[in-house]
Design a binder for this molecule. Structure first.
Ligand code: NAP
Length: 270
C-alpha cells in the first residue's frame, strides 16, 4: 500500500482539475500486452505507479515475462489471460477482475490480430471476421465490461489504439485490418459521448509505423528504409514514444472523443 491507496477521490473530484494520475494509484488493463507496444504501455503505466493487468489470449508465458520485468523494476502487475473473441470469457473474466481489483479505471484497447500473418492471396471472409473479432469486437466487449463501473465511480479513461491504416486506402491484404481500425474511431466517439457526463474520457491514438521487434524483423533494413522514406520525420516510432503519448492522453481529463495522430508528420500537408 502506498499514499495513493488512501486517496480515493469522491465522484466528480476529477473535474476540479487535480491531476489524479499523479496523486492516485489506478487500476490499468492493457489488452494484447504480451509483446510489442502493449508490453511497453503496461511497463509505462507501472512505472507511473499504477497497478497493471497484462492481457493476452495465447502467449500467456510471454505475458508472464512482461509481468516479471515490471515487478523486477519495482512495479505492480499481473497477467490477465482472456481471449477477447470469446464473449462469455470476457464477461466472466472481466467481472471477476472488476470485483477483485475494485474496478478497472483505465482500459487500453491495444490487442490485434497481426495483419501480416496472411498475404493478399489468402483474403477471405473468415480472415475478415477473425480480424474484426479481435481488433474491433474485442475492444467493444472489453469497453462494455468496464464502462458502467467507470461511470458509477465518476472517473475513467479508455484509449483505443488504432492505426494510420484506419484512414489510408489499404492494399488487399490489409483491408480487414484497416476496416477494423476505422471502426475503432466510431467506438471512441460513441463511448466518449456516453462517458462525458461522468468524467470518463475515451480517445483514439492512431500510430504510423512502430518499430516493435516484430515490425523490425518483418521489414528488414531495406524495406524499413523504403517505408520510412515517405515519413517526414524519416523514421518509425519507438514503442516507448507511443506509450508516452497514450500516457499523456490518459493524463488529461479534458480531452475526449479525439484522435491523436502519431505518424511522424504523415498528414501535415504540403
Ligand atoms: N506495429 C506497428 O507498426 C503498428 C502501427 C500502427 C498501429 N499499431 C497498433 O498498435 C497495437 C499493438 O501493435 P503490435 O505491433 O505491438 O501488435 P502485435 O505484436 O501483433 O501484438 C498483438 C497483441 O494482441 C494479442 N492478441 C491477439 N489476439 C488476441 C485475443 N483474441 N485476445 C487478447 N489478446 C489478443 C497478442 O497476444 P496473443 O497472440 O498471445 O494472445 C499480442 O499481445 C495494435 O493495436 C496495432 O494495430 C501497430
Amino acid at each position: 500500500m502506498d499514499a495513493r491507496d488512501e486517496k480515493k477521490a469522491p465522484a466528480g473530484q476529477a473535474a476540479s482539475g487535480e491531476n489524479v494520475m499523479e496523486t492516485q494509484k489506478r487500476n490499468v488493463l492493457v489488452t494484447g500486452a504480451s509483446q510489442g507496444l502493449g508490453a511497453t504501455i503496461a511497463a509505462r503505466f507501472a512505472r507511473g505507479g499504477h497497478r497493471v493487468w497484462v492481457n493476452c489470449a495465447h502467449g500467456v508465458e510471454k505475458a508472464g515475462e512482461v509481468v516479471a520485468g515490471i515487478v523486477r523494476a519495482g512495479g505492480e502487475a499481473e497477467t490477465f489471460p482472456c481471449d477477447l473473441t470469446d464473449e462469455g470469457a470476457v464477461e466472466e473474466a472481466f467481472a471477476a477482475l472488476e470485483a477483485r481489483a475494485g474496478g478497472i479505471d483505465i482500459l487500453v484497447n491495444n490487442a490485434r490480430l497481426d495483419p501480416y500473418l496472411r498475404g493478399a492471396a489468402d483474403s477471405d471472409g473468415a480472415w475478415f471476421d477473425r480480424t474484426l473479432a479481435v481488433n474491433l469486437r474485442g475492444a467493444y466487449l472489453a469497453t462494455l465490461a468496464v464502462f458502467d463501473g467507470m461511470k458509477s465511480r465518476g472517473w475513467g479513461r479508455v484509449v483505443n489504439v488504432s492505426s494510420i491504416w484506419a484512414q489510408w486506402s489499404a492494399p488487399r491484404n490489409l483491408i480487414p485490418y484497416s476496416v477494423s481500425k476505422a471502426g475503432m474511431h466510431a467506438l471512441t466517439r460513441a463511448f466518449a459521448r456516453e462517458g462525458a457526463p461522468h468524467q470518463v474520457t475515451v480517445n483514439t491514438v492512431a500510430p504510423g509505423l512502430i518499430l516493435t521487434e516484430n515490425a523490425a524483423s518483418r521489414l528488414g533494413p531495406e524495406k524499413l528504409l523504403a517505408e520510412t522514406a515517405s515519413v517526414p520525420l524519416g523514421r518509425g516510432a519507438a514503442p516507448e514514444e507511443i506509450a508516452e503519448i497514450i500516457w499523456n492522453t490518459v493524463h488529461s481529463g479534458f480531452i475526449t472523443g479525439q484522435t491523436i495522430h502519431a505518424n511522424g508528420g504523415a498528414w501535415m500537408g504540403n
